[in-house]
Design a protein around this ligand. Structure first.
Ligand SMILES: Nc1ncnc2c1ncn2[C@@H]1O[C@H](COP(=O)(O)OP(=O)(O)O)[C@@H](O)[C@H]1O
Ligand SMILES: [Mg+2]
Length: 284
Protein backbone atom coordinates (compact mmCIF):
# COMPACT_ATOMS: atom_id res chain seq x y z
CA UNK A 1 0.00 0.00 0.00
CA UNK A 2 2.64 2.50 1.08
CA UNK A 3 4.67 1.82 -2.05
CA UNK A 4 1.84 2.63 -4.49
CA UNK A 5 2.07 5.67 -6.67
CA UNK A 6 -1.57 5.54 -7.71
CA UNK A 7 -4.30 3.96 -5.66
CA UNK A 8 -7.76 3.65 -7.19
CA UNK A 9 -10.41 2.45 -4.72
CA UNK A 10 -13.97 1.38 -5.54
CA UNK A 11 -14.10 3.99 -8.25
CA UNK A 12 -17.44 4.82 -9.73
CA UNK A 13 -17.96 7.12 -12.72
CA UNK A 14 -21.46 7.99 -13.90
CA UNK A 15 -22.17 10.07 -16.98
CA UNK A 16 -25.31 12.19 -16.73
CA UNK A 17 -28.23 10.71 -18.66
CA UNK A 18 -29.41 12.47 -21.77
CA UNK A 19 -33.01 13.71 -21.76
CA UNK A 20 -35.29 14.51 -18.86
CA UNK A 21 -35.88 11.17 -17.24
CA UNK A 22 -32.79 9.40 -18.48
CA UNK A 23 -30.86 7.48 -15.85
CA UNK A 24 -27.18 8.33 -15.39
CA UNK A 25 -24.93 5.83 -17.16
CA UNK A 26 -22.58 4.00 -14.80
CA UNK A 27 -19.44 3.68 -16.89
CA UNK A 28 -17.25 2.43 -14.00
CA UNK A 29 -18.46 0.33 -11.09
CA UNK A 30 -16.24 -0.37 -8.10
CA UNK A 31 -12.91 -0.28 -9.90
CA UNK A 32 -9.83 -0.80 -7.72
CA UNK A 33 -6.30 -0.68 -9.09
CA UNK A 34 -2.81 0.17 -7.84
CA UNK A 35 0.16 1.35 -9.84
CA UNK A 36 3.63 1.30 -8.30
CA UNK A 37 6.46 3.67 -9.21
CA UNK A 38 8.14 2.62 -12.45
CA UNK A 39 5.50 0.02 -13.23
CA UNK A 40 3.46 -0.49 -16.38
CA UNK A 41 -0.10 -1.59 -15.80
CA UNK A 42 -1.79 -2.60 -19.04
CA UNK A 43 -5.53 -2.02 -19.22
CA UNK A 44 -7.32 -4.17 -21.80
CA UNK A 45 -10.94 -4.72 -22.71
CA UNK A 46 -13.25 -4.44 -25.65
CA UNK A 47 -14.42 -1.14 -27.06
CA UNK A 48 -16.88 0.61 -24.73
CA UNK A 49 -15.80 -1.32 -21.61
CA UNK A 50 -14.65 1.86 -19.82
CA UNK A 51 -10.87 1.96 -20.37
CA UNK A 52 -10.74 5.57 -21.55
CA UNK A 53 -13.10 6.57 -18.75
CA UNK A 54 -10.66 5.18 -16.17
CA UNK A 55 -7.75 7.03 -17.80
CA UNK A 56 -9.74 10.25 -17.90
CA UNK A 57 -10.78 9.84 -14.26
CA UNK A 58 -7.10 9.65 -13.28
CA UNK A 59 -6.54 12.86 -15.27
CA UNK A 60 -9.47 14.58 -13.58
CA UNK A 61 -11.55 14.59 -16.79
CA UNK A 62 -14.37 12.20 -15.88
CA UNK A 63 -17.26 12.67 -13.43
CA UNK A 64 -16.22 10.64 -10.36
CA UNK A 65 -19.37 9.75 -8.43
CA UNK A 66 -17.92 7.34 -5.90
CA UNK A 67 -14.74 5.87 -4.48
CA UNK A 68 -11.37 7.57 -4.61
CA UNK A 69 -8.19 8.06 -6.60
CA UNK A 70 -5.11 8.65 -4.49
CA UNK A 71 -1.82 9.84 -5.89
CA UNK A 72 1.10 9.63 -3.47
CA UNK A 73 -1.43 9.13 -0.67
CA UNK A 74 -3.51 12.21 -1.52
CA UNK A 75 -7.05 12.05 -2.90
CA UNK A 76 -7.01 13.69 -6.34
CA UNK A 77 -10.49 12.75 -7.48
CA UNK A 78 -12.04 16.20 -6.87
CA UNK A 79 -9.34 18.79 -7.45
CA UNK A 80 -9.98 22.32 -8.62
CA UNK A 81 -8.31 23.69 -11.77
CA UNK A 82 -5.32 25.20 -10.04
CA UNK A 83 -4.61 21.99 -8.13
CA UNK A 84 -4.94 20.00 -11.35
CA UNK A 85 -2.52 22.28 -13.14
CA UNK A 86 0.01 21.77 -10.37
CA UNK A 87 -0.42 18.03 -10.65
CA UNK A 88 0.29 18.13 -14.39
CA UNK A 89 4.01 17.97 -13.67
CA UNK A 90 3.38 14.60 -11.97
CA UNK A 91 0.72 12.99 -14.17
CA UNK A 92 0.77 13.33 -17.95
CA UNK A 93 -1.04 11.82 -20.91
CA UNK A 94 -0.41 10.51 -24.41
CA UNK A 95 -3.53 10.06 -26.54
CA UNK A 96 -4.20 7.80 -29.48
CA UNK A 97 -4.39 10.42 -32.15
CA UNK A 98 -1.19 12.45 -32.63
CA UNK A 99 -2.95 14.47 -35.36
CA UNK A 100 -5.55 16.10 -33.16
CA UNK A 101 -3.49 16.21 -29.95
CA UNK A 102 -0.82 18.55 -31.38
CA UNK A 103 -1.68 22.16 -32.25
CA UNK A 104 -1.11 22.31 -36.06
CA UNK A 105 -0.27 26.03 -35.97
CA UNK A 106 2.71 25.67 -33.62
CA UNK A 107 6.23 24.51 -34.39
CA UNK A 108 7.55 21.47 -32.52
CA UNK A 109 9.74 23.85 -30.52
CA UNK A 110 6.73 25.91 -29.44
CA UNK A 111 4.79 22.76 -28.55
CA UNK A 112 7.61 21.35 -26.43
CA UNK A 113 8.71 24.64 -24.86
CA UNK A 114 5.21 25.55 -23.69
CA UNK A 115 5.07 23.30 -20.60
CA UNK A 116 8.56 24.51 -19.63
CA UNK A 117 7.95 28.25 -19.98
CA UNK A 118 4.59 27.84 -18.21
CA UNK A 119 6.68 26.62 -15.25
CA UNK A 120 8.84 29.75 -15.40
CA UNK A 121 11.79 28.30 -17.33
CA UNK A 122 13.56 31.07 -19.30
CA UNK A 123 13.21 30.98 -23.10
CA UNK A 124 16.88 30.17 -23.73
CA UNK A 125 16.89 27.33 -21.24
CA UNK A 126 13.61 26.06 -22.66
CA UNK A 127 15.25 25.80 -26.10
CA UNK A 128 17.93 23.60 -24.58
CA UNK A 129 15.19 21.60 -22.91
CA UNK A 130 13.48 21.09 -26.27
CA UNK A 131 16.71 19.78 -27.84
CA UNK A 132 17.10 17.36 -24.97
CA UNK A 133 13.49 16.17 -25.28
CA UNK A 134 13.84 15.60 -29.04
CA UNK A 135 16.96 13.58 -28.38
CA UNK A 136 15.19 11.47 -25.75
CA UNK A 137 12.47 10.46 -28.22
CA UNK A 138 14.85 9.84 -31.13
CA UNK A 139 13.98 12.89 -33.26
CA UNK A 140 16.64 15.08 -34.94
CA UNK A 141 17.35 18.53 -33.49
CA UNK A 142 16.12 20.26 -36.65
CA UNK A 143 12.63 18.88 -35.98
CA UNK A 144 12.22 21.85 -33.62
CA UNK A 145 11.64 24.30 -36.47
CA UNK A 146 9.02 22.22 -38.27
CA UNK A 147 5.24 21.88 -37.99
CA UNK A 148 3.34 18.75 -36.90
CA UNK A 149 2.01 18.14 -40.43
CA UNK A 150 5.54 17.67 -41.73
CA UNK A 151 5.88 14.46 -39.71
CA UNK A 152 4.61 10.91 -40.06
CA UNK A 153 2.17 9.46 -37.53
CA UNK A 154 4.95 7.69 -35.63
CA UNK A 155 7.10 10.82 -35.48
CA UNK A 156 4.14 12.87 -34.33
CA UNK A 157 3.52 10.39 -31.56
CA UNK A 158 7.19 10.82 -30.57
CA UNK A 159 6.51 14.57 -30.28
CA UNK A 160 3.48 13.85 -28.10
CA UNK A 161 5.64 11.60 -25.90
CA UNK A 162 8.32 14.30 -25.68
CA UNK A 163 5.70 16.81 -24.58
CA UNK A 164 4.46 14.39 -21.91
CA UNK A 165 8.05 14.00 -20.66
CA UNK A 166 8.80 17.73 -20.51
CA UNK A 167 8.04 18.11 -16.81
CA UNK A 168 9.49 14.74 -15.70
CA UNK A 169 6.20 13.15 -14.68
CA UNK A 170 6.00 10.07 -12.47
CA UNK A 171 2.94 8.66 -14.23
CA UNK A 172 1.79 8.80 -17.84
CA UNK A 173 -1.70 7.73 -18.87
CA UNK A 174 -1.27 6.26 -22.36
CA UNK A 175 -4.64 5.80 -24.07
CA UNK A 176 -4.22 3.58 -27.16
CA UNK A 177 -0.97 5.42 -27.98
CA UNK A 178 0.08 3.07 -30.79
CA UNK A 179 -3.33 2.02 -32.11
CA UNK A 180 -3.28 4.47 -35.04
CA UNK A 181 0.19 3.38 -36.18
CA UNK A 182 1.20 0.65 -38.61
CA UNK A 183 2.72 -2.50 -37.12
CA UNK A 184 6.43 -1.78 -37.57
CA UNK A 185 5.99 1.77 -36.25
CA UNK A 186 4.01 0.37 -33.30
CA UNK A 187 6.93 -1.87 -32.36
CA UNK A 188 9.41 1.00 -32.46
CA UNK A 189 7.22 3.37 -30.44
CA UNK A 190 6.56 0.63 -27.86
CA UNK A 191 10.32 0.13 -27.53
CA UNK A 192 10.68 3.86 -26.99
CA UNK A 193 8.12 3.73 -24.15
CA UNK A 194 10.09 0.89 -22.55
CA UNK A 195 13.44 2.63 -22.99
CA UNK A 196 12.10 5.86 -21.47
CA UNK A 197 10.78 3.94 -18.50
CA UNK A 198 14.11 2.21 -17.94
CA UNK A 199 15.85 5.58 -18.01
CA UNK A 200 13.42 7.70 -16.00
CA UNK A 201 11.48 5.27 -13.79
CA UNK A 202 8.14 6.68 -14.99
CA UNK A 203 5.04 4.52 -14.48
CA UNK A 204 2.44 3.92 -17.21
CA UNK A 205 -1.25 3.21 -17.17
CA UNK A 206 -1.17 1.71 -20.62
CA UNK A 207 -4.60 1.40 -22.24
CA UNK A 208 -5.06 -0.75 -25.32
CA UNK A 209 -7.64 -2.98 -26.90
CA UNK A 210 -4.73 -4.92 -28.43
CA UNK A 211 -3.55 -7.84 -26.32
CA UNK A 212 -0.29 -8.30 -28.18
CA UNK A 213 0.63 -4.70 -27.38
CA UNK A 214 -0.33 -4.98 -23.72
CA UNK A 215 1.48 -8.29 -23.32
CA UNK A 216 4.63 -6.77 -24.78
CA UNK A 217 4.81 -3.73 -22.55
CA UNK A 218 3.05 -4.51 -19.24
CA UNK A 219 4.34 -5.73 -15.90
CA UNK A 220 0.77 -6.29 -14.78
CA UNK A 221 -2.44 -6.52 -16.74
CA UNK A 222 -5.96 -5.47 -15.70
CA UNK A 223 -8.95 -6.62 -17.72
CA UNK A 224 -12.01 -4.38 -17.98
CA UNK A 225 -15.44 -5.71 -18.82
CA UNK A 226 -18.54 -3.53 -18.83
CA UNK A 227 -17.16 -1.01 -16.37
CA UNK A 228 -15.62 -3.52 -13.97
CA UNK A 229 -12.17 -5.01 -13.59
CA UNK A 230 -12.71 -8.74 -13.89
CA UNK A 231 -9.10 -9.81 -13.59
CA UNK A 232 -5.83 -8.22 -12.50
CA UNK A 233 -2.50 -9.93 -12.30
CA UNK A 234 0.98 -10.58 -13.43
CA UNK A 235 1.24 -9.94 -17.18
CA UNK A 236 2.45 -13.42 -18.11
CA UNK A 237 -0.09 -15.09 -15.87
CA UNK A 238 -3.11 -13.16 -17.13
CA UNK A 239 -2.10 -13.53 -20.77
CA UNK A 240 -1.01 -17.18 -20.61
CA UNK A 241 -3.56 -18.53 -18.13
CA UNK A 242 -6.53 -16.17 -17.94
CA UNK A 243 -8.94 -17.14 -15.19
CA UNK A 244 -12.05 -15.15 -15.93
CA UNK A 245 -14.22 -16.46 -18.81
CA UNK A 246 -14.37 -12.99 -20.33
CA UNK A 247 -10.57 -12.72 -20.37
CA UNK A 248 -10.34 -16.15 -21.97
CA UNK A 249 -12.75 -15.03 -24.69
CA UNK A 250 -10.92 -11.76 -25.21
CA UNK A 251 -7.64 -13.60 -25.68
CA UNK A 252 -9.15 -16.18 -27.97
CA UNK A 253 -10.50 -13.38 -30.12
CA UNK A 254 -6.96 -12.17 -30.84
CA UNK A 255 -6.00 -13.48 -34.29
CA UNK A 256 -3.37 -16.22 -34.65
CA UNK A 257 -1.58 -16.94 -37.93
CA UNK A 258 -2.42 -20.67 -38.14
CA UNK A 259 -5.92 -21.26 -39.64
CA UNK A 260 -6.41 -24.57 -37.79
CA UNK A 261 -5.50 -22.99 -34.48
CA UNK A 262 -7.81 -20.12 -35.40
CA UNK A 263 -10.73 -22.49 -36.04
CA UNK A 264 -10.03 -24.25 -32.76
CA UNK A 265 -10.02 -20.95 -30.92
CA UNK A 266 -13.24 -19.88 -32.59
CA UNK A 267 -14.91 -23.06 -31.39
CA UNK A 268 -13.63 -22.64 -27.82
CA UNK A 269 -14.69 -19.00 -27.83
CA UNK A 270 -18.27 -19.91 -28.81
CA UNK A 271 -18.45 -22.52 -26.06
CA UNK A 272 -17.19 -20.03 -23.50
CA UNK A 273 -19.63 -17.37 -24.67
CA UNK A 274 -22.50 -19.84 -24.37
CA UNK A 275 -21.39 -20.91 -20.89
CA UNK A 276 -21.06 -17.31 -19.80
CA UNK A 277 -24.47 -16.35 -21.19
CA UNK A 278 -25.98 -19.28 -19.30
CA UNK A 279 -24.33 -18.27 -16.02
CA UNK A 280 -25.31 -14.62 -16.45
CA UNK A 281 -28.87 -15.69 -17.17
CA UNK A 282 -28.82 -17.76 -13.99
CA UNK A 283 -27.69 -14.87 -11.80
CA UNK A 284 -29.85 -12.15 -13.44
N1 LIG B 1 -18.95 11.71 -22.13
C1 LIG B 1 -19.72 10.62 -22.10
N2 LIG B 1 -21.07 10.71 -21.87
C2 LIG B 1 -21.84 9.62 -21.81
N3 LIG B 1 -21.38 8.36 -21.98
C3 LIG B 1 -20.07 8.20 -22.22
C4 LIG B 1 -19.16 9.31 -22.29
N4 LIG B 1 -17.92 8.84 -22.53
C5 LIG B 1 -18.03 7.49 -22.62
N5 LIG B 1 -19.32 7.11 -22.42
C6 LIG B 1 -19.80 5.73 -22.39
O1 LIG B 1 -19.09 5.02 -21.39
C7 LIG B 1 -18.77 3.70 -21.83
C8 LIG B 1 -17.28 3.48 -21.75
O2 LIG B 1 -16.65 4.29 -22.72
P1 LIG B 1 -15.07 4.38 -22.82
O3 LIG B 1 -14.51 4.64 -21.49
O4 LIG B 1 -14.76 5.34 -23.91
O5 LIG B 1 -14.69 2.88 -23.28
P2 LIG B 1 -13.39 2.29 -24.00
O6 LIG B 1 -12.30 3.30 -23.89
O7 LIG B 1 -13.10 1.01 -23.27
O8 LIG B 1 -13.78 2.03 -25.42
C9 LIG B 1 -19.33 3.56 -23.24
O9 LIG B 1 -20.59 2.92 -23.15
C10 LIG B 1 -19.47 4.99 -23.68
O10 LIG B 1 -20.55 5.11 -24.61
MG1 LIG C 1 -11.09 4.21 -25.37
Amino acid sequence: MMTSLLNVRDLEVSYPGKGLRAEPFRALKGVSLDIRPGETVGLVGESGSGKTTLGRAVLGLAPVTGGSIEYGGRDISHLNRRQRRELSSEIQVVFQDPYSSLNPALTIEQILAEPLTARGVAAKEARGGVRDLLDRVGLPADAARRLPREFSGGQRQRVAIARALALDPKLIVCDEPVSALDLSTQARVLDLFIEIQERTGVAYLFISHDLAVVRHISHRVAVMYRGELVETGDGDQVTARPEHPYTQRLFLAAPVPDPDAQAERRHTRRELAAAQAASEGATA
